[in-house]
Design a protein around this ligand. Structure first.
Ligand code: NAD
Length: 440
């Protein structure tokens, strides 16, 4: 199949590379000329394990191309995936400006049948809007009436990959969801995904769009639920790790997304929860449950900060070491990372921050001012009054704690991701605080 991917960010680039890998001819588009320049040279613009090697392989086989031109991509491809950003407006509603821009640009350049597929996360009924936009912007000669009516289909194919495991998730998905309104669109999408052996859920466009928002909102609910349990653990003397384990063995519940900590972040959960709340409100349903999920998530950051202030006492002029900046491990993505709120709040109180992250320091430098970035975890610990764990990178699991203790001014660790066992760190002489694990 000849496929175009419009928007070559975290989702678009991985989708493009993986579709090329399974045998399609793919052209990836982006309107950021710097990105396209790098991609054409085979330099990935994001950090994602395994991406660079796979990208090189597909480029060498001449199955993967890059361009800045939607016109060129529309001409070459029959199937066009829209993978641009859908950020939040101030109201929380999804801003679909980029999606509309792409739909218009594709329509203007259409000369033959196209299947336009929403890969971006969008609210229910966006498919209809795209269809309307394309119809309105088709070249006059193809708009029907006296001219020839140019056929096209719109479909929804939401993406469920996780940054940090994106290639594995794309190649071995739990399921593929497609929302279609015609057999032709269904057949094309079935053909595209044929090499991936998994369950395919075929439904209408609105339901497919809802599946994505409902899935992310449910996962966010699980996180806020376990964070609420952690709060109770800290108050009555329970260990949230054991509670989650005990709950998770129940197949109806499952262990995943029951990790208490400083709350969810990233480019998807906060924005998708906001957008789903707005969509529900606009439809006349207030979705109070989801509003509370969002509140609990905000409170979790404040809870962590309060814990630090309680134990450290005076924050002003203290040196605070930070391990982990990205919103989760194995990515350089800093969008809505909990570390941003936490570090900025501590800086406001006068703390000096020295931080290390295995991949995200390049992105973090664009966000923070006054943070000293360190080569490794030991640099971040040197002379610190306390150490914060803000991302659960594997690199931090097996540090030399004797060395860390010697380097620090005070052996005090606040583990916002429950990465360590308290008894283990206490053996080294650390005062250790996780989330939901305080012994009363
Ligand atoms: P991103 O910001 O990394 O990538 C979007 C890209 O689109 C950017 O490179 C931008 O330059 C480009 N772009 C914007 N307008 C364009 C235009 N008119 N023409 C060409 N390129 C254009 O975003 P992302 O993280 O890849 O997310 C994209 C969508 O996928 C969002 O709706 C998101 O919610 C959804 N999604 C993201 C993830 C994830 O883990 N990041 C997972 C599933 C779904």
């Amino acid at each position: 199949m000849n496929i175009a991917i419009i928007g070559s960010g975290y989702v678009g680039l991985v989708t493009g590379v993986c579709l090329a890998h399974i045998g399609h001819r793919v052209i990836c588009v982006d309107n950021d000329p710097e990105k396209i320049k790098k991609l054409k040279k085979g330099i990935p613009t994001i950090y994602e394990p395994g991406l660079e090697a796979l990208m090189h392989k597909c480029m060498k086989r001449r199955q993967l191309f890059f361009t800045g031109s939607i016109k060129e991509a529309t001409k070459k491809a029959t199937v066009i995936f829209i993978a641009v950003g859908t950020p939040s407006k101030k109201s929380g509603e999804a801003d679909l400006t980029y999606v509309e821009n792409v739909a218009r640009a594709v329509a203007i350049n259409m000369e033959s049948y196209k299947l336009i597929v929403e890969k971006s996360t969008v609210p229910a009924a966006t498919g209809k809007r795209i269809e309307h936009t394309v119809q309105l912007n088709l070249p006059k000669k193809y708009q029907g009436g006296k001219g020839r009516r140019l056929e096209f289909d719109v479909a929804s194919n939401p993406e469920f990959l996780r940054e940090g495991a994106a290639i594995e998730d794309f190649m071995h998905p739990d399921r593929i969801v497609i929302g279609v309104e015609s057999k032709r669109a269904e057949n094309i999408l079935r053909e595209i995904y044929k090499p991936l052996k998994t369950t395919m859920i075929v439904t209408n466009i609105n339901s497919a769009e809802l599946i994505k928002h409902a899935s992310n909102s449910f996962l966010a609910t699980k996180i806020s639920f376990i964070n609420s349990i952690a709060q109770i653990c800290d108050r009555v003397g329970g260990d949230v790790l054991k509670v989650a384990e005990g709950m998770g063995y129940d197949k109806r519940i499952g262990r995943s997304f029951l990790n208490a900590g400083i709350g969810f972040g990233g480019s998807c959960f906060p924005k998708d929860v906001d957008a789903f709340i707005r969509l529900s409100e606009q439809s006349g349903y207030p979705f109070n449950l989801l509003k509370e999920v969002r509140n609990v998530n905000c409170e979790q950051r404040e809870y962590f900060l309060k814990l630090i202030e309680d134990k450290l006492w005076i924050v002003k002029d203290k040196t605070i070491g930070v391990l982990g900046l990205s919103f989760k491990p194995n990515t350089d993505d800093m969008r809505n990372a909990p570390s941003v709120d936490i570090i900025k709040a501590l800086q406001q109180e006068g703390a000096k921050i020295q931080a290390h992250d295995p991949q995200a320091m390049g992105q973090a430098k664009k966000i923070f001012s006054g943070v000293h970035f360190c080569q490794d975890a030991y640099g971040a610990a040197k002379g610190a009054h306390c150490l914060l764990i803000l991302t659960e990178w594997d690199d931090f699991r097996h540090l030399k704690f004797t060395k860390i203790k010697q380097l620090m001014r005070q052996p005090l660790i606040f583990d916002g991701r429950n990465l360590y066992h308290d008894s283990h760190l206490e053996q080294y002489g650390f005062e250790y605080y996780g989330i939901g694990r305080i012994k009363v």
